[in-house]
Design a protein around this ligand. Structure first.
Ligand SMILES: Nc1ncnc2c1ncn2[C@@H]1O[C@H](COP(=O)(O)OP(=O)(O)OP(=O)(O)O)[C@@H](O)[C@H]1O
Length: 515
């Protein structure tokens, strides 16, 4: 067999091995054994370029001597032969390492007793993935035919590596898609006709003007407003009006996540990062990549998670829990809160540096009581929605009912109005929906008798809120969820109510035994 025939045969075998194997250790042993038949070597290794480290990581290595370089070493691009090959996309030969030690890895090769080193670029479509390094104890110029042959082998190896990487990328993307689907299915269940925004009052129109102006940019938006004023609806409007609208809009309710899970939900985790982390899981930051992340109730985020969030906002990199490598993300942040963040900063529960990162474009949403002109429009809108859901047509609101709606102070804002209309439609029999006094929560000044009553008249908003919540909870028998539950009556998100109950330290009174 001529040398050419042998080379051809070996190349075929190498390609077959590369196509068959999935395990790189095994693969590399098989490939190097084949190469040995043409070009003797004493060290054969592959290093791949890692852009985050601007260096090369070992991928596979076989050596006849105890290795002087550990396989977890990162060889920097600058100053190494691999870096030269990577930058020039050309083969580099050092025929005599004893006489010529130009690169930083050469002294290690000498320690292993090597005399000659050849580095080949691993090229795919003109992109260099890393290098194939063939070292030998012998010195002297290598046979140019051998170099040509090894360059061909390197091209096949590079293609196989690109395939493995593409396969891993597909796996990662399909995992991400699976998570996005789970998330979207959850969202569809929760969503209540988002999209239509109703309001003609100057105050609300001003808000819409601000949203329209900021939406097309990538600026961070901070939505400030009482509960139920439409912060989430506006966050979606920011996303829909941006060039990111065809990418995901991912919502995180910072108040609803259990403390220990916030970081894993936001930033993801590696397999085995903590007990129960049975599989690798991307966080919501990664799910939102290219799109918008809506951080609802940001004021409720635990301090440790705030520190991590700040880091992501500063350098655009996410560290999954349990991982050493950072993942770059491109995410627009829209945050919302009904809390007074400056007070939280004073109390030490919110980081001031994070506040300034978020407070780039604040938008204050006025409460419903400050834009009463919107009440008739919103009432009609919700009436039409409820009628469509319940398949009832020609519903209209009684005149007195509308007056009552206009007089009420709406502590729960638009959501409270929506829940009230829903209830009124369910309870109405004819075409005219009537809303009488019984629909409005009794004021906090007349709590149910079993509730401990404050000795004095409440003086602060906080006390008022505290009492009002207790009163409604007692009236609903401490039922939080459902159309007759306390959350609906207070116009609050059930999770927000649960968090308030926790924060205020409210406990369901235990039933008293009558003697
Ligand atoms: N201008 C509006 N037009 C139509 N519907 C609205 C409007 N504002 C709010 N809503 C509706 O009111 C409900 C509450 O709105 P949303 O959830 O956006 O409020 P929020 O401020 O995010 O509440 P929370 O602070 O409790 O999270 C939603 O069902 C939303 O569709």
């Amino acid at each position: 067999m001529t040398k050419n025939e042998l080379n051809y045969e070996i190349l075929l075998e190498v390609t077959n091995v590369l196509n068959l194997q999935r395990d790189w250790e095994g693969l590399w042993k098989a490939v190097t054994k084949q190469i040995q038949r043409v070009v003797p070597w004493d060290r054969a290794g592959i290093l791949l370029y890692d852009p985050q480290q601007d260096g090369f990581r070992f991928y596979a290595v076989v050596t006849n001597a105890p290795p002087a370089l550990r396989t977890d070493t990162i060889v920097p691009r600058v100053g190494s032969a691999m870096g030269w090959v990577y930058d020039h996309k050309q083969v580099h030969v050092r025929p005599n390492l004893h006489q010529q030690q130009v690169f930083l890895e050469d002294k290690y090769y000498l320690e292993e007793g090597l005399g000659r080193m050849i580095n080949f670029p691993l090229l795919v479509h003109d992109e260099c993935l890393g290098t194939l390094n063939i070292g030998s104890r012998q010195t002297g110029e290598p046979d140019p035919d051998d170099v040509k042959f090894l360059q061909l082998v390197a091209t096949h190896i590079a293609t196989a590596i690109a395939q493995v990487r593409a396969y891993e990328e597909i796996k990662r993307l399909s995992e991400q898609l699976k998570r996005q689907n789970e998330y979207l299915a959850e969202e569809v269940k929760l969503s209540r006709n988002f999209g239509t925004m109703v309001g003609q009052s100057p105050a609300f129109r001003h808000v819409l003007d601000l949203i329209r102006a900021v939406a097309p940019t990538s600026t961070t938006v901070l939505l400030l407003g009482e509960t139920g004023t439409g912060k989430e609806l506006l966050a979606r409007a920011v996303h829909d009006g941006s060039p990111r609208h065809h990418k995901p809009f991912i919502r995180v309710n910072c108040a609803a996540l259990p403390g220990g899970l916030v970081e894993s939900e936001l930033f993801g985790h590696e397999r085995g990062a903590f007990t129960g982390a049975s599989a690798q899981r991307p966080g919501r930051f990664e799910l939102a990549n290219g799109g918008t992340l809506f951080l609802d109730e940001i004021g409720e985020m635990p301090l440790e998670a705030q520190a991590k969030l700040l880091r992501v906002l500063q350098d655009g990199m996410v560290d999954r829990i349990g991982s050493t490598a950072s993942v770059p993300v491109d995410v627009r942040i829209v945050a919302a809160t009904n809390a007074h963040l400056q007070d939280a900063i004073k109390k030490g529960t919110f980081r001031s540096d994070l506040f300034y990162r978020l407070h780039v474009f604040p938008v204050s949403i006025p409460p419903l009581r400050e834009r009463r002109e919107d009440i008739p429009l919103l009432a009609d809108h919700f009436l039409a929605q409820a009628a469509a859901k319940l398949k009832r047509r020609h519903l209209k609101l009684g005149r007195q009912s509308l007056e009552r709606l206009l007089e009420y102070s709406w502590p729960g804002n638009v959501r409270e109005l929506q829940s009230l209309i829903d209830r009124a439609v369910i309870l109405s029999t004819g075409d005219t929906v009537e809303i009488d006094e019984a629909f409005f929560p009794k004021t906090s000044l007349s709590p149910a008798p079993s509730v401990p009553v404050l000795e004095t008249t409440p003086t602060t908003l906080h006390q008022l809120e505290h009492e009002h919540i207790i009163a409604v909870l007692n009236r609903t028998g401490w039922r939080i969820y459902g159309p007759q539950g306390a959350a609906a009556q207070l116009g609050l998100n059930p999770e927000t109510l649960r968090s308030k109950i926790r924060k205020l330290g409210l406990k369901k009174p235990s039933p008293t035994l009558s003697t």
